[in-house]
Design a binder for this molecule. Structure first.
Ligand code: PEP
Ligand code: MN
Length: 338
């Protein structure tokens, strides 16, 4: 931690800061320049970070030297994390994983039918919500436990591992029992009790970026899960709120190389919730592969007109299948396979 003092900081103020640093069990290292005095704090940065350094008279600014996320940082492992989900390797440098399925599990027939469709097209993980974080309390909220059971049936029928969202700490055990990957949705990215709970789970987690979250916020949320012991965490860019209203959100594809530079965790892109309109999704899915995503999550529905959620952004089976063909070509161009 580096403290830059104001030009007018007095000797007494500087001595007061140095004394406080010593009292915290840390060591001040003071450099007096002609214009400014700079105080470096020697010792564990976490301890210094907890202190309200800017509250001290004479302090102009405080700059951390280390990143606040540790377990999530690339420096922690110096190699990319690969998460094995029943043989599907997420984060493998030569692979792009497709997670596809409906927004919500609606019925046995619906989920079984869509699971077969996405498997045939090339998806290796089935998605489907049983607990839905809807903006309105008057819209379909998901089938709950019944939806989880249907997902498990679809896994049995197709062999596809499943991913589904956990919204509430009280459902953790139940969701973990049925799912292969626990999804934390954008709206819960900073629900810290939920993150800690998932950190104590044995199943891998996918953390979606909050609508107004910076990449640092995402990594700090991942840190909560990792810190509890669950090291199988993947991050998901799903679009952020901006002033643009044409798209549902603004898909920030620069998040992919940025998160991969900062972190060892696999990065998934969800162009469906990012774009929000069916016709924009194929282009953004291709761009996600080109950007280096480890996986792409997309909503597919066999009858979007009758979908109970997100029908307008769900891809039709045939369009999805031809998109996967194009995605394979883009993946091959950067040395990857789907
Ligand atoms: C979802 O994937 O079903 C979902 C609700 O996404 P998000 O949390 O990104 O809005
Ligand atoms: Mn959806």
């Amino acid at each position: 931690m580096i403290i830059i003092c104001k030009p007018e900081a007095t000797d007494a103020q500087i001595a007061h800061i140095e004394e406080a640093i010593r009292n915290w069990g840390l060591k001040p290292h003071t450099s007096r320049g002609v214009q400014r005095t700079i105080i470096g704090i020697i010792g564990p940065e976490d301890q210094a970070r907890e202190r309200p350094l800017e509250a001290f008279p004479g302090v102009e600014s405080v700059t951390p030297v280390l990143k606040p996320y540790k377990l999530a940082s690339y420096e922690f492992t110096h190699k990319r994390t690969v998460i094995d989900v029943s043989g599907v390797k997420i984060g493998d440098a030569n692979k792009v994983i497709l997670m596809s399925g409906p927004c919500s599990v609606e019925s046995r027939e619906q989920i079984l039918d869509i699971a077969k469709i996405v498997k045939k097209a090339g998806a290796s993980i089935l998605r489907g919500g049983a607990f839905k974080p809807r903006t309105s309390p008057y819209t379909f909220q998901g089938l709950g436990k019944e939806g989880l059971k249907l997902l498990a049936e679809a896994r049995k029928a197709t062999g596809l591992p499943v991913i589904t969202e956990l919204m509430d700490t009280k459902d953790t055990e139940m969701v973990e029992e049925y799912t292969d990957i626990i999804q934390i949705g954008a709206r819960n990215m900073q629900n810290f009790s939920l993150l800690k709970e998932v950190g104590r789970c044995k199943k891998p987690a996918m953390l979606k970026r909050g609508m107004a979250a910076t990449l640092k916020d995402v990594l700090m949320s991942a840190e909560y899960i990792l810190n509890e012991g669950n090291m199988n965490v993947m991050l998901c860019e799903r679009g952020i709120r901006t002033f643009e209203t044409y798209t549902r959100n603004t898909l920030d594809l620069s998040a992919v190389p940025a998160l991969k530079k900062e972190s060892h965790l696999p990065v998934i892109v969800d162009p469906t919730h990012g774009a929000g309109h069916r016709d924009l999704i194929p282009t953004m899915a291709l761009a996600a592969v080109a950007a280096g995503a480890d996986g792409v999550m997309m909503e597919v529905h066999n009858n979007p007109e009758a979908a109970l959620s997100d029908g307008e952004q769900s891809m039709l089976p045939d369009d999805f299948e031809s998109l996967v063909g194009q995605m394979r070509a883009v993946a091959a161009a950067i040395g990857k396979a789907i």
